[in-house]
Write a protein that binds this ligand. Structure first.
Ligand code: GLU
Length: 304
């Protein structure tokens, strides 16, 4: 039996885009008879808040998404630290003195919309005392190899991550273990076999697969789904700014939101209230739309 996971970061209110991911992860797992866990990715202590955790738990409960287990990532720091020890023992960690502005000034766009790092600090040694004693960001040296990689939907994720993105930060200078490392360590420790997530994270997959190889961890099956976008200025951004569950729940109960999400995803003919349980039997990825959809919150309703 496989294991799926929904891994939201409680760094803001629970947004429709986050809840869409939760619904698709849950339907993917339950339609296959897999177990599905909720992992609260709360390592970024500068942004994660208990009130956002409460909003996520409240929203998934209202939607009718029942998870087999709930994990709080910050309780698992010992295993992230062990992974850092293993990378250090293999001589793969180095301190990086480069500021964000230096990396930005290099001007090389990365596939995730950020800027690629040029690995210039490779070769700098960790201080005596190792990564624990390092007051700078710590990066992991990836092999300079190309990965040919497609996700289950056929999305081409091929990349030479060491060049396209640059070696990833695995430990921030403030001591927070970085997402790219924590996610691969926890997916493996929790036996995750299927990673279903939004397409915005797709460009990180090659980096994560390289880290899995360095740590001797298995690679799960990946599938990336469409995004809900909102107009922001003259651009489209991930639907994260305008409305969260606290405001939404004044107009939408869980069944109404579930019905709206299922309809936007292409799973139902009309946005009539429903439950995840009612959607499981007919769920099939071939029925889920492929293209992103722009959504507006008009203060009363979500308008696709
Ligand atoms: N915590 C990440 C986020 O909320 C998702 C991680 C993942 O699915 O790999 O964007």
């Amino acid at each position: 039996m496989g294991v799926g996971r929904f891994a939201p970061s409680p760094t803001g209110d629970a947004h429709p885009g986050t809840l869409l991911a939760g619904l698709l992860v849950w339907l993917d797992a339950k339609s296959r008879g897999d177990t599905v866990l909720l992992r609260l990715e709360d390592l970024d202590t500068t942004r994660a808040q208990g009130s956002h955790v409460d909003a996520i738990l409240d929203a998934v409960g209202a939607l009718g998404l029942r998870f087999d287990t709930v994990h709080t990532q910050s309780l698992d720091k010992a295993r992230h630290h062990l992974a850092l020890d293993n990378l250090a023992a293999a001589g793969l960690l180095y301190p990086c003195a480069c500021s964000r502005s230096r990396v930005k000034a290099l001007g090389r766009k990365a596939p995730d919309g950020g800027f690629a790092y040029d690995n210039v600090c490779r070769g700098r040694p960790l201080p005596e005392g190792g990564w624990r004693a390092c007051g700078e960001n710590v990066r992991a040296r990836l092999p300079d190899e190309a990965l040919r990689l497609y996700d289950e939907s056929g999305l081409d994720l091929s990349q030479t991550p060491a060049a396209a993105m640059g070696d990833p930060i695995v430990l921030r200078r403030d001591g927070v273990v970085a997402y790219q490392l924590a996610v691969v360590v926890d997916d493996a420790a929790q036996g995750v076999t299927r990673v279903v997530r939004g397409r915005d994270i797709a460009p990180s997959t090659a980096t994560q697969v390289m880290l899995q190889r360095l740590l001797g961890l298995p690679t799960p099956v990946y599938r990336h789904h469409f995004l809900l976008l909102e107009p922001r200025g003259d651009k489209l951004a991930k639907l994260h700014g305008s409305v969260g569950w606290r405001e939404l729940s004044r107009k939408y109960d869980g069944a109404k939101l579930c019905g709206w999400l299922a309809h936007v995803a292409g799973l139902t003919q009309a946005p009539t209230p429903t439950t995840p349980d009612a959607l499981v039997d007919a769920f099939d990825w071939s029925r889920v739309r492929g293209d992103d959809v722009t959504v507006r919150w008009n203060g009363h309703a979500l308008e696709p």
